[in-house]
Design a protein around this ligand. Structure first.
Ligand code: CAA
Ligand code: NAD
Length: 330
């Protein structure tokens, strides 16, 4: 675990340290240590808010491509868990990247981890941040509250982006005074492996901002595509109704969960069946998406909620992240 916390003090002119109770390690909460970018388009310092499934993955790929990353979440316990999962994932990536080079493998993981700095306060390092990516819970009110605070604290050059799955970027941006520097950056789970990023602009987004987001996605080794600010953009507009149809199939008793998943894997060549995928995405997130769309478009049957899913979420069976959803996980 030692390499997790190599946020080198020598790099940090003004650093406060928190003592982490369970690990007894120094968790760096840094007030000012990044060199700010001089050019508007050069994204070097990235803040990622939310360190769950998506935020941890985004922080990982940004740090692995030489960006300084501040990863924020609500508690140090959550952040510590996220750092562990990043290190584990980096280990897998490094094994492939540095075949027969154990030293290179180790160095890659250590160097990448040293570029990730953690904080529980969203405005930590905000003055130096070139790009802020929000990856918190899929709830408009919570996102608005966060962006209101960040908009006041951030530098005028900072670009804001949301990784939302289903909420309109224009509505998220509406409470800020930087709609020209606001866009959607929609990554896919698992971020280290999935090549796509959907880059969304709203009418106010400047070409400079859009180009910076597009270029940043490429720097991460991803393939960006653009899409209008429409519900679910490209992928989720197709994928989420498909997942919901598979749950309705299960509810009707047409086939078992296992057979639905096997059928789509072997009959359509998908890497995961739809119910496995719902567990992978998180049933809470899937429910947030479908509930939001149902409320907005009550006449679209594809967006109808599901009783089985509501019940699983009510019992905190959220899929892989809690150890049980449609399936049980070790
Ligand atoms: N980090 C790094 N490496 C990882 C990893 C991770 N998080 N997860 C898996 N790997 C590696 C494994 O170590 C393995 O490496 P080797 O080839 O060296 O053994 C390799 O990737 C394959 O992994 P697995 O053998 O465990 O499993 P798999 O072959 O089934 O692949 C998968 C895993 C890539 C996730 C694949 O199942 C898949 O593509 N699933 C579909 C994912 C998908 O559709 N994502 C989109 C969800 S929707 C979304 O994200 C948008 C939204 O807003 C909701
Ligand atoms: P998650 O539940 O795994 O993680 C969310 C994290 O945000 C948690 O760690 C939580 O503690 C933290 N958080 C909540 N409120 C916060 C706040 N005010 N300040 C700081 N941290 C806060 O969720 P996720 O799956 O990572 O999803 C995050 C976002 O990404 C959502 O908007 C979701 O729709 C979107 N998304 C999810 C997926 C997916 O497959 N799960 C894919 C693409 C996009």
């Amino acid at each position: 675990m030692a390499s997790l916390f190599r946020c080198t003090a020598s790099k940090l002119p003004s650093t406060q340290f928190l003592r982490h109770s369970s690990l007894g390690k120094n968790l760096a909460v840094v007030s000012s240590f990044f060199s700010s970018s001089s050019s508007h388009n050069a994204i070097r310092n990235v803040t990622v808010i939310g360190s769950g499934l998506m935020g941890a993955g985004i922080a990982q790929v940004a740090a692995a491509t030489n960006h300084q990353v501040t990863m924020v979440d609500q508690t140090n316990a959550i952040l510590t868990k996220s750092l562990r999962s990043i290190e584990k994932s980096l280990g897998k990536v490094a094994k492939k990247k540095f075949k027969d080079d154990p030293e290179g493998e180790k160095q890659f993981v250590t160097d990448t981890m040293s570029r990730i700095h953690i904080a529980t306060e969203p405005t930590t390092n905000i003055a130096e941040t070139d790009l802020l990516i929000e990856a918190i819970v899929e709830n408009m009110r919570t996102k608005h509250k966060l962006f209101t605070e960040l908009d006041k604290a951030a530098s005028s050059h900072t670009i804001f982006a949301s990784n939302t799955s289903s909420l309109p970027i224009g509505e998220i941006a509406s409470i800020t005074k930087r709609k020209d520097r606001f866009g959607g950056l929609h990554f896919f789970n698992p971020v280290p492996l999935m090549k796509l990023v959907e880059v969304i602009r709203i009418p106010e987004t400047t070409d400079e901002t859009f180009d910076a987001l597009f270029q940043f996605s490429k720097e991460l080794g991803k393939v960006p595509v653009s899409c209008k600010d429409t519900p679910g953009f490209i992928v989720n507009r197709l994928l989420v109704p498909y997942i919901m149809e598979s749950i309705r199939m299960l509810e009707r008793g047409d086939a078992s969960a296992k057979d639905i998943d096997t059928a789509m894997k072997l009959g359509a060549g998908y890497p995961m069946g739809p119910l496995e995928l719902a567990d992978y995405v998180g049933l809470d997130t899937t429910k947030f998406i479908i509930d939001g769309w149902h409320e907005k478009y009550p006449d679209v049957p594809l967006f109808n909620p599901s009783e089985i899913m509501n019940d699983l979420v009510a019992r905190n069976k959220l899929g892989r992240k809690t150890g049980e959803g449609f399936y049980k996980y070790d």
